[in-house]
Design a protein around this ligand. Structure first.
Ligand code: URA
Ligand code: SF4
Ligand code: URA
Length: 195
């Protein structure tokens, strides 16, 4: 079966999923979007209010900052794949509970299996700890091995950057602007090899 068809089946299953209580309060599911052949997959925590209403990941305030971060390094959003650990909005944007993350995990793992990316970028602590246990502040901006050929490159969550607006050297924003450049360099090298 074609990758596009496999991803459609995953999205269809997400849209009917009632495996955890987040299904009771969601408006729309937010499966993820973008290029399913992207060598990089970005993974956020879970949909917020704007995402719940639109069914699309990272479209609210955090999403707009995320777009700016991507653009600053020369990334084109539609070339990438963007999703979340949980596909339904946690009420009041609370952190998803462990049982919700576990109930949803097979969807993210299936999406990763279809895309087969070279690099996964967990945004923030919840996404990082889905893949590898550790501290986002200590691990951001570095590459870690995960399952075979895949590298994990953690970055701060854009919502964290909205709460920490300083751009001084060493600030979360300054570090993130460094990280996205490192990621773009790795992306360009992967693209070059694929030619
Ligand atoms: N925050 C997330 O973690 N994901 C989104 O899609 C939007 C905001
Ligand atoms: Fe299903 Fe995931 Fe939504 Fe829970 S968050 S209902 S497991 S799709
Ligand atoms: N804590 C988080 O949960 N996420 C960040 O990005 C930074 C600190």
């Amino acid at each position: 079966m074609k990758d596009e068809d496999l991803m459609k089946i995953i999205e269809e299953r997400i849209s009917h999923c009632t495996a955890c209580d987040l299904s009771k309060t969601r408006t729309k599911v937010v499966p993820g979007e973008g290029n399913i052949h992207s060598p990089i997959v970005f993974v956020g925590e879970g949909p917020g209010e704007d995402e719940d209403l639109s069914g699309r990941p990272f479209v609210g305030r955090a999403g707009q900052l995320f777009d700016k971060i991507l653009e600053s390094a020369g990334f084109v959003r539609k070339d990438l794949y963007i999703t979340n650990v949980v596909k339904c909005r946690p009420p009041d944007n609370r952190v998803p509970h462990q049982e919700e993350i576990l109930a949803c995990s097979h969807f993210l793992m299936a999406q990763i299996a279809v895309i087969n990316p070279k690099i996964i970028v967990p945004l923030g602590s919840t996404a990082l700890n889905f893949f590898i246990n550790g501290s986002i502040s200590e691990m951001r901006g570095k590459f870690f091995d995960w399952k075979g050929e895949i590298k994990i490159f953690p970055m701060f969550h854009p919502s964290y950057l909205l709460r920490n607006q300083s751009k001084a050297p060493g600030s979360p924003k300054a570090l993130t602007w460094d990280d996205i450049r490192i990621l773009k360099k790795a992306y360009d090298e992967i693209k070059e090899k694929m030619k």
